[in-house]
Write a protein that binds this ligand. Structure first.
Ligand SMILES: Cc1ncc(COP(=O)(O)O)c(C=O)c1O
Length: 367
């Protein structure tokens, strides 16, 4: 190849999503590898989705007017402070292109969501990470790693893959201590699952400042990762800049329609929170009883922390051979951990049965 590639690509490892299929399998696959919702929408929502009529020969609304009105109402944010993305992933790239270049740095925490360093590097900047304490982003360490060249700090709150979160006051301290020229991006992909008094998605705080972006997604509790829809609250000046590089029709017709319907499905959200809390605690207890340490976290997944790294691979392969997909985390530098989504009751019961079988057949006691 004679055409030189952009050198920024050399610093990027391709993102590996959670597995989504088992080769040559005719048996049902139990997918617990991508933090997807296991639940069905309310009947009314399903009916509305089935009745969507599309003019295939027309572009979608580039401004997402109706969806914008709905998001604005539900999340109590002004319409002009909203920008939509083809998944929140797209927003992380747009933000990086707006604020980063080869002379500056982007910051994230050690086990933070891996799209951040990819977006930072794609924009040509240096990706810098800070140490975590007990699988949790550490405000002091983030501050230590920031400097006059740090332009963006990405924090998933709660974080994937650890499920830990920064409390409201920790977010405030982080924002206040970060350099003034550094934007704080709070990725709230899992926030709707969290039921802790000392947590919030920081939208209200962001509204009082001009240096915070809060992102949300329709891929997690809202259960529509297939249509790719995310949004961000941004100060108006930032929305204007992001819009300069946003592909004009980045939100397709179905995403705009289905997004509105899901926001109206309050019963589905309530059911999802309840299901998640109950079955997360259930599966944690079952695994604990087998001698496995579990970080329960506040999102829709758990983190298994095994004492021996080699058990991780053995267990993940055993489950995969039995059509159960879980997430290995080597790319996150969590070699002794596995992430498992809170799936349906049936799927979690199968998971527990197979882990029991694994323990017995392989004579492994996880100690
Ligand atoms: C922390 C976090 N942020 C963002 C995303 C991406 O969401 P989207 O599907 O909106 O691109 C994910 C997906 O797994 C995630 O875990």
């Amino acid at each position: 190849m004679t055409i030189p590639f952009n050198k920024n690509l050399n610093k990027i490892s391709t993102y590996e999503p959670g597995k989504s299929g088992v080769k040559n399998s005719i048996k049902r696959v139990i997918k617990l590898s991508s933090n997807e919702s296991p639940l069905e929408f309310s009947k009314n929502t399903i009916k509305k989705i089935k009745n969507i009529k599309v003019n295939l020969n027309r572009y979608p609304d580039p401004y997402c007017k109706q969806l914008r009105e709905k998001v604005s109402k539900v999340y109590k944010v002004k319409k002009n402070n909203i920008i939509f993305g083809n998944g929140s992933d797209e927003l992380f790239f747009l933000i990086s292109y707006c604020f980063l270049n080869r002379k500056v740095e982007g910051l994230y925490s050690r086990h933070g969501f891996l799209i951040y360093p990819i977006a930072i590097n794609a924009a040509g900047a240096k990706a810098v990470y800070s140490k975590e304490t007990n699988f949790k982003a550490d405000v002091n360490e983030l501050i230590k790693k920031s400097n006059k060249n740090t332009r963006v700090c990405f924090i998933a709150n709660p974080n994937n893959p650890t499920g830990t979160y920064l409390k409201k006051n920790e977010i405030k301290i982080l924002r206040e201590r970060l350099p003034k020229k550094c934007l704080l991006v709070i990725d709230s992909a899992y926030s709707e699952y969290v039921v802790k008094d000392d947590y919030c998605d920081s939208l209200d705080y962001a509204k009082t400042r001009n240096d915070i972006i809060v992102t949300h997604t329709f891929s997690k509790i809202f259960g529509i990762p297939s249509v790719r829809l995310g949004w961000a609250y941004c100060p108006a000046e930032i929305v204007e800049k992001l819009n300069k590089i946003r592909p004009s029709f980045n939100i397709n017709f179905y995403a705009q329609k289905i997004g509105q319907y899901i926001l109206e499905d309050k019963a589905f959200i309530k059911k999802s929170i309840k299901h998640n809390l109950y079955w997360k605690s259930w599966v944690t207890k079952k695994l604990n009883a087998m001698g496995i340490d579990v970080l329960e976290g506040v999102a829709n997944f758990i983190l298994l922390v095994l004492k021996r790294k080699e058990h991780v691979l053995l267990l993940a392969n055993y489950l995969e051979n039995n059509n159960i997909l879980v997430r290995k985390l080597n790319a996150y530098k969590l070699d002794n951990c596995l992430r498992i989504t809170i799936g349906s009751e049936k799927d979690l019961k199968s998971l527990v049965d197979y882990i029991k079988k694994f323990k017995k057949e392989k004579k492994i006691d996880f100690i």
